[in-house]
Design a binder for this molecule. Structure first.
Ligand code: AMP
Length: 196
């Protein structure tokens, strides 16, 4: 099964992705993680992406589409995969549809984690505090100003994917404000029928 996770930064996509990976045995493809790995390895893509990511803007559609196209060729993606953080623009969604069509595959379901944006800023503050308490380093884009910019980028560039997938009859909305277990249970209800 091919699943897309939609939702603003901080909606809990990463947390729920880990749950889906363990329950359904499909890999999580996070373009954010892949780009951060490219930045750390100082690859040409990483060098190009670093400043854009630090500012909370979107890396070019061509770069992320190429990364995803290559990744889904891997054997572990044969049973399906979960896309976390991709697509993020309508152009990326159209490119993804074209890539999958070429392979005789298609997106099965799109889960939108719907959250209250004011509560997200509060969640971010908690995440920053907890990260620092664990003695871990913060991501460069983990600060309130950049976060608010990323929310704006989400509204402007990514939210148009909601009607895009609604029109395809693939959109399912989950209330992302509940307890982690309640959100997971709502996701399971949607995904269980797609299980092979
Ligand atoms: P994330 O970890 O998904 O929040 O992504 C972190 C950053 O990576 C984003 O703020 C963007 O700069 C970049 N990024 C990740 N995925 C994409 C994408 N699909 N398109 C463009 N930029 C992306």
């Amino acid at each position: 099964m091919i699943v897309i996770f939609l939702g603003p930064p901080g909606a809990g996509k990463g947390t729920q992705a880990a749950h889906i990976v363990s329950r359904y045995g499909i890999p999580q493809l996070s373009t954010g993680d892949m780009l951060r790995a490219a930045v750390a390895a100082k690859t040409p893509v990483g060098l190009q992406a670093k400043e854009i990511m630090d500012a909370g803007n979107l890396v070019s559609d061509e770069i992320v589409a190429a990364i995803v196209e290559e990744r889904i060729e891997a054997d572990d993606c044969a049973p399906g995969f979960l896309l976390d953080g991709f697509p993020r623009t309508v152009v990326q969604a159209e490119t993804l549809d074209a890539i999958l069509t070429k392979k005789g595959r298609a997106v099965d379901v799109v889960i939108e984690l719907r959250v209250d944006e004011a509560a997200l800023v509060e969640r971010l503050r908690t995440r920053i505090r907890e990260t620092l308490e664990r003695g871990e380093e913060l991501r460069k884009d983990d600060n309130e100003e950049t976060f608010k910019h990323r929310l704006k980028v989400y509204q402007e560039q990514t939210a148009p994917l909601i009607p895009y997938y609604e029109a395809q009859g693939k959109l399912k909305v989950v209330d992302g404000m509940g307890a982690i277990d309640a959100v997971s249970a709502a996701i399971d209800e949607i995904l269980d029928p797609f299980r092979r």
